[in-house]
Design a protein around this ligand. Structure first.
Ligand SMILES: Nc1ncnc2c1ncn2[C@@H]1O[C@H](COP(=O)(O)OP(=O)(O)O)[C@@H](O)[C@H]1O
Ligand SMILES: Cc1ncc(COP(=O)(O)OP(=O)(O)O)c(N)n1
Length: 265
């Protein structure tokens, strides 16, 4: 018997400890029952204490990865994660324009929640100019939204204003994720602006845990999987949020400092 699983792709970096990057994406794709292909952009060596080295792929190699998938697969949705430098961003944008890989979820990975820079400074303009306008769904974390918009993060309407600002830059649907860096908070609220102008918020419990590496990757991969399964953007976002919350809540005992979440949840 041949089973038919929708094919999706993550265009992202490899993280050696398996907690984030394309490893988290593939675990999410597996859990969501979609077939996950990979276009690798960079490799980082690290563990739960941090990232210690990195190597970037060459644009020609990335172009070949795109071509090989396009020649053989029917990719129904894609996401980008860590893109590392401007050559890689331009290569990804050029190749995405060339092939039909379905809706694109852009997780604008600029800086991790632990302060590791994952995008070189000179790549920033390329991300804003080339990739943001291609995003069917854009999922900045709170601090990425501050950097991308320059808006006042103390403004109570910051997330709503940032989402509208990012839509003006060309992204169709935007999810501005909430802050989760205070042990005093009890909830985390993500804000969503859809292409048709409608908005909603998703509020979940705040989980006070050191095991939350890869939450952004997992959320954007889950959204990508749901889009690949034919769900609407709103359904994909709501379901992605539910999945990542379950993965954080149920924990897993791996690593000694900032560990991974539980993709079996
Ligand atoms: N400690 C936490 N408690 C509850 N929700 C969290 C926590 N950490 C992350 N999330 C949720 O995980 C998702 C990914 O967000 P975030 O971690 O901010 O992204 P990134 O990994 O890009 O920094 C969001 O829906 C966010 O609200
Ligand atoms: C290769 C690689 N490593 C780390 C990240 C960051 O993952 P993300 O889920 O966006 O952030 P944290 O939750 O780990 O802070 C990545 N995208 N790629």
């Amino acid at each position: 018997m041949i089973n038919d699983y929708p094919q999706v792709v993550t265009i992202a970096g490899s993280d050696s400890d398996g907690s984030a990057g394309m490893q988290a994406d593939l675990l999410t794709f597996f859990a969501k029952k979609v077939y996950g292909a990979t276009i690798i952009t960079a490799c980082v060596a690290g563990n739960s204490f941090g990232i210690h080295a990195g190597v970037n792929m060459e644009p020609d190699f990335i172009a070949q990865e795109f071509k090989d998938l396009a020649d053989d697969f029917k990719i129904r949705a894609a996401k980008t994660g860590m893109l590392a430098d401007s050559k890689i961003i331009n290569s990804v944008a050029d190749n995405y324009e060339k092939y039909d890989f379905g809706p694109l979820v852009v997780d604008p990975v600029i800086i991790t929640k632990h302060g590791n820079m994952l995008l070189e400074q000179e790549a920033y303009d390329a991300l804003v100019k080339r990739l943001l306008p291609m995003a069917d769904v854009l999922t900045p974390n709170f601090f990425e939204a501050v950097k991308l918009t320059g808006l006042d993060d103390q403004d109570p309407d910051f997330q709503a204003k940032a989402a509208h600002n990012l839509q003006e830059l060309g992204a169709k649907n935007i999810m501005v994720k909430g802050r989760h860096d205070s042990d005093d908070q009890t909830e985390v609220t993500d804000y969503v602006l859809l292409e048709d102008g409608s908005t909603f918020t998703l509020t979940g419990p705040y989980f006070n845990t050191t095991h939350k590496n890869g939450t952004g990757d997992t959320l954007s991969a889950a959204i990508t999987a749901e889009l690949g399964l034919g769900k609407s953007v709103e359904e994909a976002i709501r379901s992605g949020k539910k999945y990542v919350d379950a993965c954080i809540k149920n924990g897993i005992d791996v690593g000694h400092k900032f560990g991974p979440i539980n993709h079996w949840a």
